[in-house]
Design a protein around this ligand. Structure first.
Ligand SMILES: Nc1nc2c(c(=O)[nH]1)N[C@H]1C(S)=C(S)[C@@H](COP(=O)(O)O)O[C@H]1N2
Ligand SMILES: [Mo]
Length: 330
C-alpha cells in the first residue's frame, strides 16, 4: 500500500522549519532508510490509543478547579489575542511529530500521575507530584507574545507561576549557574521519540539570572483552563523574549548545574539555534530574515514587525550587558 504522509518540508512553513535544516543536511539518508516504518506510524494518527485518549478526555483534569486565575495587569499586550482554536491546533512538539498538526497525537500523553524531579546542585533532591506542586505555587494569568524562530507568532493567555517561585522552592546551592529542564520520555505515546536521529530527551537551559527574571514563567494553564497536552501540559516554560524553541514542554525534571547545557536544537544545529536565542529583528537566521513575523490574529494572519527581545527589552536587556564573544541573538 502506498501511504502518503506529510513531511515537515512539504508544509507551507517548509522554508523555515528546523526540521528542514538537518533533514536536508545531515540525516536525510538515515531518514529515508527508515521511511517505510515511519510512514506506517505517521499515517495512523490514533496509533497507540484512540480508546485511551477518549477515556482521558472524559476524566476531568484534577487541576481544573484552579482556573481561571487572576490576571496580572503588568503583562498586557499591544495586539489582540490569538484565537484559542488556533493556538491549540497549530503547534510544535516534535515528540509527537515534526509537523504542526500534532494536537490529536498529543492526547495519548498521560498527565496523571506526573512527578517532577529537582536535582543536581540543590540542598536536597526532591520528587514532587504535580498536584502538590501546583498547590504550593502562586498562580496568576499573564498575556504574552510568543515568537517562533520560524517567523510565526501568537499572543496567548498563560496561567501559571513565576519560574523564580519554583527556583526558590527547589533551594539551589549558591554556586549553581544554570537551570536545565527536561521533557518526559516515552516512545510508546510520543512516536516522534522513535526517530532516533534526534537527541531525546528534549532539554533546555537558562542562566540563573534568566530563570529568576520576573518574565520567566511556568505555564500550567492556557485560556483560563488547564494547559492542553499539545501546548505542554502539565508544565511548560514561557520566556517570551526568547525564540519559541526555548519554551520546553512536558517538563519532568529541573536540574541545577554549573556547566552550560547543550540544548536539543543546539545539539542538532548549533549555528542556527543557539543557547541564548533572544529575539532580534536585525539578526537574521542563517537562512531567513527575522525582521518580521506572521501573526495569527482574530482576523487571520497578519505581517507585523518583530521587536527587539520580542518587545520585552525593558525587563531583560540588562541580563545581556557585558556578555562578549557570544551570539546572544541566535
Ligand atoms: N518538548 C518540546 N518542547 C517544545 C517543542 C518541542 O518540539 N518539544 N517545540 C518548541 C517550539 S519550536 C515552539 S515554537 C513552542 C510551541 O509552543 P505552542 O505549540 O504551545 O505554541 O514549543 C516549544 N517547546
Ligand atoms: Mo518554534
Amino acid at each position: 500500500m502506498l501511504i502518503k504522509i506529510k513531511r515537515g518540508w512539504e508544509l507551507p512553513d517548509s522554508a523555515a522549519t528546523p526540521e528542514s535544516v538537518f533533514m536536508n543536511r545531515r540525516t536525510l539518508l538515515k531518514g529515508l532508510a527508515t521511511g517505510p516504518l515511519l510512514a506506517a506510524g505517521a499515517a495512523m494518527p490514533f496509533a497507540g490509543g484512540l480508546g485511551s485518549a477518549l477515556a482521558d478526555e472524559e476524566q476531568e483534569d484534577p487541576s481544573a478547579h484552579l482556573y481561571p486565575v487572576e490576571q496580572n495587569p503588568a503583562y498586557t499586550l499591544d495586539r489582540p489575542l490569538t484565537p484559542e482554536d488556533i493556538a491549540t491546533t497549530y503547534n510544535n512538539y516534535y515528540e509527537f511529530g515534526s509537523y504542526k498538526e500534532i494536537w490529536q497525537e498529543a492526547q495519548a500523553l498521560k498527565i496523571r500521575p506526573w512527578t517532577v524531579e529537582f536535582d543536581g546542585m540543590v540542598e536536597e533532591p526532591m520528587t514532587v507530584a504535580i498536584d502538590d506542586l501546583l498547590a504550593k505555587m502562586p498562580l496568576e494569568e499573564r498575556l504574552y507574545r510568543h515568537r517562533c524562530v520560524e517567523a510565526w507568532s501568537i499572543a496567548v493567555p498563560y496561567s501559571g507561576f513565576p519560574l523564580k517561585a519554583l527556583v526558590d522552592f527547589a533551594r539551589p546551592l549558591g554556586d549553581a549557574k544554570y537551570l536545565v529542564m527536561q521533557t518526559f520520555e516515552d516512545d510508546d505515546v510520543a512516536q516522534g521519540q522513535r526517530q532516533f536521529w534526534y537527541p531525546w530527551p528534549y532539554i533546555e537551559g537558562l542562566t540563573m539570572a534568566e530563570a529568576t527574571n520576573e518574565l520567566a514563567f511556568i505555564a500550567t494553564g492556557y485560556y483560563g483552563k488547564p494547559i492542553p497536552k499539545q501546548n505542554g501540559a502539565p508544565l511548560r516554560l514561557a520566556v517570551p523574549w526568547k525564540y519559541g524553541f526555548k519554551h520546553i514542554k512536558g517538563i519532568v525534571r529541573f536540574s541545577f548545574t554549573d556547566e552550560r547545557p547543550v540544548s536539543f536544537w543546539e545539539e542538532l544545529a548549533g549555528n542556527e539555534y543557539g543557547f541564548w536565542a533572544n529575539v532580534n529583528p536585525d539578526v537574521p537566521h542563517p537562512r531567513w530574515s527575522q525582521a518580521n513575523e506572521r501573526f495569527y490574529g482574530p482576523d487571520g494572519q497578519e505581517r507585523l514587525p518583530t521587536q527587539l527581545y520580542n518587545g520585552y527589552a525593558e525587563q531583560v536587556a540588562s541580563l545581556y550587558e557585558g556578555i562578549e564573544n557570544e551570539l546572544i541573538f541566535m
